[in-house]
Design a binder for this molecule. Structure first.
Ligand code: FES
Length: 185
């Protein structure tokens, strides 16, 4: 019957599975994604899944999160990169002007076996809004972690890894919308 069908979306493409294996995890289904290893596919009924391929690519247009982590050399062996990018992407969709604390918290569950956290954070801290002060900022438009008065270990990071003039701006029209069909399911 129709009720036994599993319906969800991956990167805007509708998936209908008639005989989904209740024990199959999303990871096996997708072959690649970090949190997908814990997600039974049957829990996805009515859900819209977005993977790193869904937010941008070198063939179409890179998403700024992908571009910044690459330019900051935050992608070493690449194993953790999709998870790092998707965690940061999710944070930005919920909070376009995150603080360094937000970024650190967001990446709390993402492990990098190359222990290359510094360049990853360097790439992502560029999304900290520098036009407004963070809550702990100095009022001069600096991100709180860039505040020269703070004695935070982040303050010695060079901000010149790459020029912000040469990167793509955040473009909300690039984001997939939630499929309207799923709203009435
Ligand atoms: Fe190798 Fe993070 S870049 S696991």
């Amino acid at each position: 019957s129709v009720n036994s069908e599993l319906v969800f979306y991956i990167n805007g493409k509708k998936i209908v599975e008639k005989n989904a294996d209740p024990e199959e995890m999303l990871l096996a289904y997708l072959h690649w994604s970090v949190n997908a290893c814990l997600q039974p596919i049957c829990s996805l009924h009515g859900a819209a899944v977005v993977t790193i391929e869904g937010i941008g690519s070198t063939k179409t247009k890179l998403h700024p999160v992908q571009e910044h982590i690459a330019k900051a050399h935050g992608s070493q062996c690449w194993f953790c990169t999709p998870g790092m990018v998707m965690s940061m992407y999710t944070l930005l969709r919920n909070n376009p002007q995150p603080t360094m604390e937000d970024i650190r918290e967001t990446l709390g569950g993402n492990l990098c076996r190359c222990t290359g956290y510094r360049p990853i954070i360097d790439g992502f801290k560029t999304f900290c809004d520098t036009r407004i002060s963070c809550q702990n900022g100095d009022g001069n438009g600096k991100c709180c972690m860039e505040n020269s008065n703070s004695h935070n270990y982040e303050s010695d990071i060079s901000g010149e890894l790459f020029s912000m003039d040469e990167v793509l701006p955040l473009d909300p029209t690039q984001d997939l919308i939630f499929p309207p069909e799923l709203l009435i399911m």
